[in-house]
Design a protein around this ligand. Structure first.
Ligand code: DGP
Ligand code: NA
Ligand code: NA
Length: 210
């Protein structure tokens, strides 16, 4: 009997307005057009009870202690894990806009301890690939809508960017760093090339944990 094919867990990470939403949508469209069952989702999932608290925090209508909001973001990933595992094992590839690395990057950028921030993420399903869209934060500020939510400040995004760079240096085996300043078409081409090579390999491997 040949290996059972599961879906792949593909994550997009990067600062706010780095192009993650566009690129994750385009990759999902491409995979679907190739007949690969694919679904898209993003974290935080603002539709759950916890997601609604997170939304109030992000839109500045609620203040929470740094540790409290950190753990709520993590719980928001945990509460979706059963559903994600089920879909992956049923053969659906998941394209996820933000994951545990956002959790670490945004909290460490506030001055919190790296290991403390990573601890609640341990045990979540490990992505098969992370596309890290690396952008220079003052270029991001030129893009539309920047500055509406809590974290969308150039100075803060620079610190987030530095933490992503640190994570990339530790996780380089399954992280793919891409220059987000190239055109959307170029970026999509690079991502598609990597994804198409990677998918047949990873989907015969068992799911791993962070
Ligand atoms: P988005 O919907 O991708 O624009 O994300 C909303 C904001 O929340 C964005 O500024 C990034 C931030 N964010 C996403 N995930 C986490 C997390 O786990 N922890 C923290 N502190 N911030 C996060
Ligand atoms: Na945002
Ligand atoms: Na997004």
């Amino acid at each position: 009997m040949g290996p059972i094919k599961r879906g792949a867990l593909i994550v997009f990470e990067g600062c706010d307005r780095s192009g993650k939403s566009t690129q994750s949508r385009r990759l999902a469209e491409l995979l679907k057009s190739r007949g690969i069952p694919t679904e898209s989702l993003n974290f935080p999932d603002r539709s759950t009870d916890i997601g609604q608290v997170i939304n109030s925090y992000l839109t500045n209508s609620k203040d929470l202690q740094d540790e409290v909001i950190h753990l709520l973001f993590s719980v928001n990933r945990w509460e979706l894990m059963g559903k994600l595992r089920q879909k992956l094992l049923a053969g659906t590839t998941l394209i996820v806009d933000r994951y545990s690395y956002s959790g670490v990057a945004y909290s460490v950028a506030k001055g919190m301890d790296f290991d403390w921030c990573y601890a609640p993420e341990r045990g979540l399903i490990k992505p098969d690939a992370v596309f890290y869209l690396r952008a220079v934060p003052d270029r991001l500020a030129e893009r539309s809508e920047f500055g509406e939510e809590r974290y969308e400040k150039v100075e803060f995004q620079s610190r987030v960017s530095a933490v992503y760079d640190r994570i990339f240096s530790n996780e380089s085996t399954y992280w793919h760093q891409l220059d987000a300043s190239v055109t959307a078409d170029e970026l999509h081409f690079l991502i598609a090339e990597i994804a198409e090579k990677l998918l047949p390999k990873v989907t015969t491997q068992p799911l791993d944990k962070l």
